[in-house]
Write a protein that binds this ligand. Sequence first.
Ligand SMILES: Cc1cc2nc3c(=O)[nH]c(=O)nc-3n(C[C@H](O)[C@H](O)[C@H](O)COP(=O)(O)OP(=O)(O)OC[C@H]3O[C@@H](n4cnc5c(N)ncnc54)[C@H](O)[C@@H]3O)c2cc1C
Length: 228
Amino acid sequence: MLKNLANYYFPRSLDDAGSILSEKQTKNVIIAGGTAVSLLRDQTIDGLVDLKYLPLVFIKETVAGYSIGAMTTAQEVFQSSALSGPVGDLIRKAAGNIGSTLIRNSVTVGGNLVSVFPWSDLPPAFLALDAAVVSRHEKRNRTIPLMKLYSTHPRNILKHGEIVTEIKIPKASPNSATAFTKFSKTKNDYAIVDVAVRICLKNKKVFEAAIALSAISKLPMRARQLIA
Ligand SMILES: Cc1cc2nc3c(=O)[nH]c(=O)nc-3n(C[C@H](O)[C@H](O)[C@H](O)COP(=O)(O)OP(=O)(O)OC[C@H]3O[C@@H](n4cnc5c(N)ncnc54)[C@H](O)[C@@H]3O)c2cc1C
């Protein structure tokens, strides 16, 4: 419970959100879907900055691949017809595995990626796809590959008040295939292990293979070694 919460902000631009988050006298934090923030027991938080009126809900196909806004919900991703092919299938499958419909209607892509719990289902999918987040801090944007974001907890990579605005997912090479499996006790339960896979064939041989796992470690990880 946030016992000392005094202010709830609805900024109308990213720069307004940035200024509220950078106030020095008060501690204001971002709220997206609120499913993790609502469970915080941090008595130092004075204010919540709700990103819901910012233009961060979108799923676009670009020349380079896909771009998904940070405030897009898991349910919107799961049901999106804009996501297709092996890359789109992997993302939709991971999103569809998040909790229940009720939870998916609240959980946002940005919140799932930033708050990253061992059971978070989107991070391994995006890791297998070599995705990167775009963030904004002090009126400047930067792109952070997921491999870097998860080299430690994202809270150590993102500065206080840095807003993740979108995730960019590159197109897969031709002859690619993907798969996503969540092992859990029941359909709505947290993952015991998530496995996301992308392979690409060239001349009938595996040219590239990316395997990402989560729930078996604190942070999602790419499998790097072949154990014979
Ligand atoms: C009952 C239940 C079951 C669940 N089951 C699953 C499951 O099976 N699989 C799964 O993956 N998840 C599941 N979740 C969701 C998961 O545990 C997190 O609660 C969720 O991913 C957080 O997303 P959110 O949008 O609600 O973020 P919030 O709670 O709003 O925010 C979480 C954190 O991220 C920060 N943040 C949010 N958005 C941004 C942004 N754009 N830029 C920078 N920082 C940001 C916030 O400041 C906060 O610190 C479940 C949650 C509940 C309550």
